[in-house]
Design a binder for this molecule. Structure first.
Ligand SMILES: [Zn+2]
Length: 500
């Protein structure tokens, strides 16, 4: 190889490596606030750069000596999904392949094998796709939310507070009625041994996760027949409030609390937002699943779950809480903690059998269909075991803790989401919910309004201050799945929520 050749190879390798890093740096730039640990992005960028360099080296003596194409292929692959997704995985892969081949053919016909023009065309194409991708991901995105202020509480005590929301966990009487294989008495006894009181009267106020969670965190009804938020509005709102911009967290921060956020794991819901969370908990995962999902979702494979994404369950969350407590102690951080964790269980996809033996993620029971009722029951049995084991460890480590085990809604199979037309069974299944709480004696109560989800922040304020709360009345709202039609559950159906 003469000097000119060598120089050219070095230049090609450097340019190819640098160019493949661009998509990942853009990901980093647009998600800086959400990515708690950026090492995975840097590592992926490093691997992509090395692979691009190796490919350029490998093809340099062959007839396809076209480093511009190598760079184009990498950029095209990494931007493809934000450009063309979402859609069925197989269709997008086919589109990716066909469009890639067409692009190569067109490129060769138009500019031949001249190296300089190859570089120019690859550069222009990559830049166009990148600009479109960036515009696509940033347009219409809400600007940084304003922090919500809430009246402070004069706390007379400051125990650590751990809030777990188990998605779709039903009330004991519903399990007794409909899922006899689930042993709720054993579960309630186990939790009682750790100081928990399991409710037979708990209710939620909204039928869907997206708005039920914000109603709990904001301590107010959030969407009504007069002012429905709609699906996109609800989802953005849920992500923001679950990230920590909510009245519950705001209230506790004014009382001196540090906010710890645990991500949902599965599906990448509710990422940690550094603007509001003092600490992001990610379980004992060796990689950060949300970041891995974000990188994965850039590629044509992004429609499938990230294979390394490990779903959260109570044991993985408590693992991370205990590790974070030890870390906080080492660093001299003595602030009390409020931890919020939303766990997608027993909600589908059903991942565990009754013995907590793993099933495949997303292949079994990935829906609410009736044929999955037994899978739901089995996952509940596993979840109770995980709760028993993890709460024992948490309480042993933190005996004064306030712990709330809640659910955003009850079980539900086959609802036809038309508001105002729910059957009695639908209303009863969906608005009765799990609630097992470990509270100081001073704020334990049978008052039914205290057992409805919208009053959680009032309950906690009472526990810290001894000031009796002004409970909101318990009202239930049905919605269609698009969230743009809302209807209050009529009085004659409200009695269905009474305990049986
Ligand atoms: Zn839910």
């Amino acid at each position: 190889m003469n000097t000119t050749d060598r120089r050219r190879v070095v230049r090609d390798v450097v340019v190819a490596a640098a160019a493949t890093v661009v998509p990942l740096m853009l990901l980093l730039a647009t998600n800086a606030a959400q990515i708690a640990d950026t090492s995975l992005v840097w590592a992926t960028a490093a691997v992509a750069a090395v692979v691009a360099a190796l490919v350029v080296l490998a093809v340099r003596r062959t007839r396809v000596r076209q480093p511009g194409l190598v760079v184009g292929a990498f950029g095209y692959t990494f931007f493809f999904n934000s450009f063309f997704g979402p859609g069925p995985l197989a269709a997008r892969l086919a589109l990716w392949l066909v469009m890639g081949l067409v692009a190569v053919v067109v490129l060769r016909v138009l500019v031949g094998e001249g190296e300089r023009s190859q570089w120019a065309v690859a550069g222009v194409l990559t830049a166009v796709v990148a600009v479109c991708a960036v515009l696509g991901t940033t347009s219409g995105e809400p600007s940084a939310p304003e922090a919500i202020a809430f009246e402070s509480v004069d706390a007379v005590r400051r125990p650590n507070i751990y809030v777990f929301v188990l998605d779709g966990l039903a009330r004991p009487d519903v399990y007794r009625e409909e899922f006899p294989t689930v042993d709720v008495e054993a579960m309630a006894d186990n939790l009682a041994e750790h100081g928990f009181d399991t409710s037979e009267i708990a209710t939620v106020n909204y039928s869907r996760t997206h708005i039920s969670l914000p109603s709990m965190l904001m301590g107010e009804y959030q969407t009504t027949a007069e002012a429905p938020l709609g699906l996109d509005g609800e989802w953005a709102y849920a992500t923001e409030t679950m990230g920590g911009n909510n009245r519950l967290v705001s209230m506790l921060r004014t009382a001196g609390y540090s906010y710890w956020h645990s991500e949902s794991g599965q599906w990448g819901h509710f990422p940690c937002d550094r603007s509001f969370a003092d600490r992001c908990l990610n379980g004992d995962q060796s990689i950060e699943p949300e970041t891995a999902s974000a990188i994965w979702s850039l590629t044509p494979f992004g429609g499938a779950p990230w294979p390394g994404l490990r779903p959260q369950d109570p044991t993985t969350v408590v693992d991370s809480v205990l590790a974070a407590r030890a870390e906080a102690e080492r660093s001299g951080d003595e602030r009390p903690v409020v931890m919020l964790s939303h766990i997608i269980s027993p909600h589908h996809p059903y991942r565990f059998d009754a013995d907590c033996g793993s099933m495949h993620v997303g292949t079994l029971g990935d829906g609410w269909q009736d044929e999955y009722r037994q899978l739901y029951a089995d996952q509940t049995t596993c979840l109770f075991r995980q709760l028993d084991e993890s709460m024992e460890r948490l309480i042993a480590d933190d005996p004064e803790a306030i712990v709330l085990l809640l659910s955003d809604h009850g079980s539900q199979f086959g609802i036809d989401w038309v508001p105002g037309e729910w059957s009695d069974t639908d209303v009863r299944r969906r608005f009765t919910s799990f609630r097992s709480v470990r509270l100081p004696e001073s704020c334990s109560t049978d008052e039914p309004r205290a057992h409805t989800l919208v009053n959680v922040s009032r309950l906690l304020a009472w526990c810290l201050t001894d000031e009796p709360p002004e409970w909101l009345d318990s009202v239930q709202y049905t919605q269609n799945y698009h969230g743009n039609r809302v209807s209050a559950v009529p009085d004659h159906q409200r009695s269905l929520l009474d305990p049986r």
